[in-house]
Write a protein that binds this ligand. Structure first.
Ligand SMILES: Cc1cc2nc3c(=O)[nH]c(=O)nc-3n(C[C@H](O)[C@H](O)[C@H](O)COP(=O)(O)OP(=O)(O)OC[C@H]3O[C@@H](n4cnc5c(N)ncnc54)[C@H](O)[C@@H]3O)c2cc1C
Length: 284
């Protein structure tokens, strides 16, 4: 089955796009976090969102959730790790499954985590963002896993069942991972080095590990890692007033398109992109 559209990201921007696609009865999939957006929840007080003066981030998140539920919008709680341009349509990969779509709305928020030195260079040559996709390549081998959230623990467990040794760097509170072949490391990684493939992971304290592969589990992935050939401008996805990117059928909205990083901008762009998608599908 080929979807009309796939939305990647479940913050206010993605929600707004989903509301509008549903209103126009489009057949779409919406990937993101079942909790919508951790960023929204973190705001202490929100004074610039029309109609909701003085709400807390938690209250705003709850209002978003009620809207989502009232319209029976479903979030597929999976991280999208790659998008492939098939020439006329797209293939979206999420946790080892592929989904075909005519169009895409990128609403991933802004990637705040800096990439490690060497990370981009070794993607596909020892650096992976997807345990289920690439885990089998490391059966009986040594791997490092850098994880930014508890939600990835089931993937770490899966990797630990395959690998001989897992060096786990948990960058979140209350890590409960344990196992004979899991070593927890509290020192931050600094640089990934090697030849054709990954050979070493250097740490900030000067120590060096020699893993066969490195899995990096983040809730957001750099746009150009997700979709090659996407045009960027000052670190954000370049878009025009219809939220179109340089790739036909691909739209971007919210923080990932640039400042100001604000709810109102995110939902406005979500609305515009959904209408652009509807127009694009009509023309197709
Ligand atoms: C502490 C704090 C206070 C703030 N206060 C205000 C305020 O008062 N007023 C205001 O206007 N703005 C405020 N903001 C900014 C506001 O939160 C953002 O502008 C807004 O959340 C952007 O929405 P978004 O939909 O673009 O992205 P986000 O809210 O970042 O949502 C992106 C979502 O997409 C998911 N995602 C990312 N990549 C993938 C992937 N590959 N696969 C699947 N899912 C993915 C993420 O997990 C996340 O859930 C505040 C932000 C913070 C951190």
């Amino acid at each position: 089955m080929r979807y009309d559209c796939i939305i990647i990201g479940s913050g206010p921007a993605g929600l707004s796009a989903a509301i509008n696609l549903k209103t126009y009865n489009k057949n779409f999939l919406w990937f993101g976090n079942a909790n919508l957006s951790d960023k929204v929840e973190k705001a202490e007080k929100v004074n610039n969102y029309p109609g909701l003066y003085g709400v807390s981030g938690k209250e705003l998140q709850e209002a978003f959730r009620r809207h989502k539920d009232a319209m029976e919008l479903e979030i597929t709680d999976k991280i999208v790790s790659a998008v492939y341009n098939m020439g006329g349509y797209y293939n979206v990969m999420a946790e080892n499954q592929f989904f075909e779509t005519e169009s895409i709305i990128l609403a991933m928020g802004v990637v705040t985590a800096n990439q490690y030195k060497g990370e981009a260079e070794f993607v596909g040559r020892g650096v992976s963002y997807c345990a289920t996709c690439d885990g089998a390549l490391y059966r009986g081998k040594k791997i490092a896993v850098i994880s930014t959230s508890k939600r990835f623990e089931h993937e770490v467990k899966f990797l630990a069942e395959l690998a001989e040794q897992v060096y786990l760097f948990p960058f979140y509170k209350e890590c409960e991972m344990e196992g004979d072949n899991i070593t927890l490391i509290k020192t931050a990684p600094k640089e990934i080095t090697g030849g054709f493939r990954v050979e070493r992971l250097e740490l900030v304290n000067g120590e060096t590990l020699e893993p066969d592969g490195i899995f990096i589990m983040r809730s957001s992935i750099a746009p150009t890692t997700l979709l090659a050939d996407l045009q960027m401008e000052d670190g954000h996805i370049a878009v025009n007033r219809k939220q179109e990117t340089n790739l036909q059928g691909v739209y971007a909205i919210g923080d990932c398109t640039g400042k100001p990083y604000q709810y109102a901008k995110a939902v406005g762009e979500g609305n515009v992109a959904a209408h652009s998608v509807i127009e694009y599908l009509g023309e197709k």
